[in-house]
Ligand binder design. Structure first.
Ligand SMILES: O=P(O)(O)OP(=O)(O)OP(=O)(O)OC[C@H]1O[C@@H](n2cnc3c(O)ncnc32)[C@H](O)[C@@H]1O
Ligand SMILES: [Mg+2]
Length: 238
């Protein structure tokens, strides 16, 4: 059993990690079944993944006591920098354990890459006030729509980025990153996911991220890709 304590305050990210663990569990079953005619490669990629990982179930548990731990500053200029800072910081609250941190966000071409590492704080940074709305995801989405009001249909390209970092006892051990390309809609669609998902449209799927089930989001999304990259880079002995 490979267990990560996930150090995130975002319940949407935790749901994504649960979906990842389920996929891995299911695929391990599929991998053992020599008669299976189809083999999905959403998390397990036998040619590149170390044997100990293929033999393990992967478990993602919320870091115990996270609510009581003051959040670290996320002031690094890159997702990689912030993921590393969070993983190292939170690992000191779980001695001897593998602690996983996620830094992610949205880059919009028409906004010169904003909100980027400031994605969680976009509406606050923009001093965007909408009366009666206390839900930060909704506020961030309204802010994004407002900032893109004059951007034409062909100019709305964007991508999600995710960097995951794993640390133990104050040392960052390995990391992974993932990206998914899309476009920003002019009105929200779908009620799944979190954050900017209702506005993030995937042309090849004909759906927003908020219209996908979690297994599909894991397969094509930035977090799923970052996780597969991290597991691929993980040393065989840990
Ligand atoms: O730092 P932690 O505690 O992990 O939680 P957070 O929500 O503050 O996370 P970030 O600092 O990494 O900010 C990322 C923001 O980017 C957005 N985001 C990242 N991944 C997303 C996803 O899969 N779907 C929708 N929005 C996402 C969302 O607004 C997040 O709040
Ligand atoms: Mg954060």
């Amino acid at each position: 059993m490979l267990r990560f304590f996930v150090a995130t305050t975002n319940p949407g990210k935790l749901r994504d990690f649960s979906a990842a663990a389920e996929t891995h569990h299911r695929e391990r079953g599929g991998h053992r079944d020599v008669n299976a005619s189809t083999h999905s490669s959403a998390l397990s990629e036998p040619s590149v993944m170390n044997q100990s990982l293929l033999d393990s179930d992967v478990l993602f548990e919320p870091l115990p006591g996270l609510k009581e731990i003051p959040a670290p500053a996320e002031d690094e200029p890159t997702f990689a920098g912030n993921a590393r800072v969070k993983a190292i910081y939170y690992s000191s609250f779980a001695a001897g354990e593998l602690v996983l941190a996620d830094d992610s966000g949205l880059e919009v071409d028409a906004l010169d890459g904003a909100p980027g590492v400031r994605s969680a704080r976009f509406a606050v940074d923009s001093q965007f006030i909408a009366a009666g709305i206390d839900d930060i995801d909704r506020l961030n989405n309204l802010c994004l729509l407002e900032r893109m009001r004059d951007v034409s249909a062909g100019q709305r390209q964007a991508r999600y980025r995710c960097v995951l970092a794993a640390a133990r006892d104050g040392a960052c051990l390995f990391s992974g990153d993932g990206t998914v390309e899309g476009e920003i809609l002019t009105a929200p669609r779908g009620d799944g996911g979190f954050g900017y998902d209702p506005l993030f449209y995937l042309p090849e799927m004909g759906k927003t991220m908020a219209e996908l089930d979690l297994a599909t989001k894991h397969r094509i999304g930035h977090r799923g890709r970052a996780l597969r990259d991290l597991l691929r880079r993980m040393p065989p002995t840990r």
